[in-house]
Design a protein. Structure first.
Length: 285
């Protein structure tokens, strides 16, 4: 009994910190999502009115579409390119130096990346001037939708390719050499070696990389805020940016909390479904 009490004494500070910093704000957000609250006075209970207003808002539905585009783009571009870069530099002399330039952008903040690419892609910016020097004209990179979202996904890929390549390289280096040598002796090379030997052994790490990318893309905020602020109008808003604007710009804390709760539920569902599918596939193997 004394040992149990001592153990509880060590655990209690951590439990209290988690409760105060995680669960209390979550419960407060859930409560606010059912209220009308502008940050002053007392919240007024309105039931499901915030959720009804949320789904009746065309701008919100547009941000849902943009967020889904971010999820697809993030899986195709930074994750896909990261895998390609890892495979190309794997076991290559000086491969670490090949990956290094791609890792440097990861040290920048999302806002910093957004500002850099906003300078490049804005109307009359660096890219337009470079094209103009050759007598060429370009589209309105950060104005026309969905082109603006696609360009921001590419900016995000510029930041994330390196770290994905590093993670995939770690996974490749953990593959035992014996199965690879046996497969090569049997004549397996190129795509056959990748599909039958390397990819299955790389699957556990791939599950982690893709899972993290899905969660991060659903919460995309900083690059969009740095490049377009969701504009023009609300054409490039994501769910996280819509939540931020409704809460801290429009002082609609109830509606912002409803969007935050919706985003949390969507992220949780996507994560659970993805992990369950990966675990079931692994059990079948």
């Amino acid at each position: 009994m004394r040992t149990q009490r001592s153990g509880l004494g060590f655990v209690a500070p951590g439990v209290i910190i988690v409760a105060v910093l995680l669960y209390a704000p979550l419960l407060w957000t859930v409560f606010l999502s059912f209220t009308d609250y502008n940050g002053l006075g007392s919240p007024d209970w309105v039931g499901l009115a915030n959720f009804a207003e949320m789904f009746d808002d065309g701008g919100f539905l547009g941000s849902v579409g943009n967020t889904l585009l971010w999820v697809a783009g993030t899986l195709l571009v930074p994750v896909g390119l990261g895998l390609v870069l890892a495979l190309l530099s794997w076991n290559l002399p000086g491969g670490a130096w090949l990956r290094l330039p791609f890792l440097i952008p990861y040290a920048l903040s999302g806002i910093g990346v957004g500002l850099i690419w906003s300078f490049i892609l804005s109307s009359g910016g660096a890219l337009d001037q470079a094209l103009g020097a050759f007598g060429l004209g370009g589209p309105r990179w950060l104005v026309d939708a969905p082109l603006n979202t696609i360009m921001m996904i590419l900016a995000s890929a510029w930041q994330g390719v390196g770290v994905n390549a590093l993670l995939f390289t770690i996974g490749l280096n953990s593959i035992p050499k014996e199965p690879l040598e046996a497969a090569r002796l049997d004549g397996a090379t190129g795509a056959r070696l990748l599909g039958n030997i390397i990819w299955p052994m790389l699957r556990p790490l791939t599950t982690v990389v893709i899972g993290l990318s899905i969660v991060a893309s659903l919460k995309t905020f900083d690059i969009v805020q740095g490049m377009t602020k969701g504009g023009p109008g609300r054409a490039s808003e994501t769910l996280a940016l819509t939540m931020y604007k409704e809460t801290f710009v429009n002082s609609e804390y109830g509606l912002g909390s409803a969007i935050a709760l919706f985003l949390t539920v969507i992220t949780l569902i996507a994560s659970v479904l993805y992990l369950r599918r990966q675990l079931s596939s692994k059990n079948e193997i």
